[in-house]
Design a protein around this ligand. Sequence first.
Ligand SMILES: [Zn+2]
Length: 220
Amino acid sequence: MPPKIVPTDRKILMTSDLPAALEDLIACPTCDALYKAEIPKAGARMACKRCHRVLISPGRRAGAKIILLALAAFGLVMGAVFQPFLSIKRFWITRDATLVETALAFEGPLLILSIAMLALVILLPVTRLLLTVYVLSPLVLNKPALPFARVAFRIAETLRPWSMAEIFVLGAAIALIKIVDLAHVSLGPAVWLFGGFVILLALQNTLMCRWSVWKALDDA
Ligand SMILES: [Zn+2]
């Protein structure tokens, strides 16, 4: 017989209701193990003992490096959008296409799909970059956080799983291997710019310590 569920008037605990010690706890996002958050010594990281996921990894001047990487990544992706991505030659016809032109070349449901793809591959990562710069810039300069900085950082973190630039690179590489037999394909400058953009995004993601940013926002 299943256990009987008895409704209780349980109150949702707010952060302000918690004693100071509980506020200092950190939960592992992978395995839910709970730890007392302690800022590791310079160059060290705090990782989950159970699953080894890095929980806190404050880096020296990580904020400034993240901002520079974000700005560089923004420059690269803007170049990648407007430069030719591919040049396809079949017999005597050569055709250059930028990423946007390629996406808009479809019709009907495929057009919706390709616009959604562009959003996931370019718009979302760029939005995250801009939000990150907005949140981190005042913190790096030891200034008070800008209005709605917490909301901005929460949005940037919510969008993280949806930002799929690296998956696009994999997909494009597989598609290229398929069409190489059908026509002569040469890579445009946008391919290299986009590749650089994906590498900078990954670097920026590695440097980012979410716990440190939230703590800095709380302290600011
Ligand atoms: Zn864990």
